[in-house]
Design a protein around this ligand. Structure first.
Ligand SMILES: C[S@@+](CC[C@H](N)C(=O)[O-])C[C@H]1O[C@@H](n2cnc3c(N)ncnc32)[C@H](O)[C@@H]1O
Length: 300
């Protein structure tokens, strides 16, 4: 069975090339030091992705130009191709068709240790953290959700391992849509989703401060979000820094295009200066916005 999984845009190319670069540098640096190097893809997709581009025809091609359909590697395939190899890979996916495609991918690599879990990412990651000892392992988790699926308690579990680096495509647009300008406009379901994402309702007073001075009519002014999207990104970075050993300055995606939709974070759970130093050396270079300018200018 071959299944089409069409998603993303400019940010997808950049995100996957960054994760690819990180995984390759990571295993090269750590392969000889750790017996267990794990890759965990919590929103694994199908292993591939379908990209439709307008075919560039010559003069003879009548418009509309036909579409060219291309199959490119998704994150699971990218991780499988990394050398030296990871010795264990876990692909989590809650869509049965996507999970079936991942099983097919795993069947092509029977010599590798691959587990496909048809499960919810949050449940699978928490179970993984609890079921394993982490002092003899190092791992990379990739969190690549469509929206605001990642729960704070999952991030806390990952941070508690002190052994896992987390690449997190944070849905900034999802956040600023849920966190409406006026507090009164946030309904119960948005409120619940923000609380799940941040682990408590403290976002309410942090993002919507209560004015200390009443206005000229003696009323307290209505509570409004003071932060713009970049401010929200800094807020998320500060929150992640409270639980992880170190968090690198994220890359705003798409690059050089408004509105910003995502922030690509690298969060390091290990607290040792050596581990943080290594992740910073590799990650800061990959997250440098200047590196991605050429890519962005050639994309539609
Ligand atoms: C953006 S795609 C991931 C693409 C993948 N990283 C790649 O490069 O091919 C998000 C995937 O997460 C899956 N998904 C959505 N919610 C999920 C959840 N709660 N648990 C596990 N998988 C989920 C979707 O079915 C989809 O395949």
């Amino acid at each position: 069975m071959s299944i089409e999984h069409e998603f993303g845009g400019q940010h997808t190319e950049i995100k996957l090339s960054i994760v690819d670069g990180y995984l390759r540098a990571y295993v090269t640096a750590l392969r000889s030091k750790f017996k267990h190097l794990w890759y965990i893809d919590a929103f694994a997709g199908t292993g591939g992705r379908t990209v439709r581009t307008e075919a560039r025809g010559g003069d003879l091609v009548e418009s509309p130009a036909p579409e060219a359909i291309e199959q490119r590697r998704g994150s699971a395939q990218i991780a499988l191709d990394v050398t030296p190899p990871f010795d264990f890979l876990l692909f989590v996916e809650n869509n049965p068709n996507h999970a079936a495609a991942l099983h097919e991918l795993a069947a092509k690599h029977l010599q590798r240790k691959i587990v496909v879990a048809e499960d919810d990412a949050n449940a699978a990651l928490k179970a993984l953290v609890t079921a394993n000892r982490w002092n003899d392992k190092r791992g990379v988790v990739f969190l690549d959700p469509y929206g605001m699926e990642v729960e704070w308690s999952t991030l806390q579990a990952l941070a508690s391992t002190e052994a896992i680096d987390v690449w997190f495509l944070f849905p900034l647009a999802g956040l600023y849509r849920q966190a409406a300008r006026r507090l009164v406009d946030i309904d119960a379901s948005k409120r619940a989703s923000l609380t799940k994402m941040f682990g408590s309702d403290s976002w309410e007073k942090e993002l919507y401060p209560i004015a200390s001075e009443p206005d000229m009519f003696g009323d307290l002014p209505e509570r409004r979000r003071q932060l713009d999207p970049r401010g929200l990104e800094r807020y998320v970075e500060a929150r992640l820094s409270q639980i992880f050993g170190h968090v690198l300055t994220p890359l705003a995606l798409p690059v050089e295009k408004n509105p910003q939709m995502f922030s690509l974070f690298l969060c390091i759970s290990n607290r040792s200066p050596e581990a943080i130093g290594l992740a910073k050396r590799i990650g800061n270079h990959l997250l440098e916005p200047k590196r991605h300018r050429i890519v962005s200018s050639t994309m539609k």
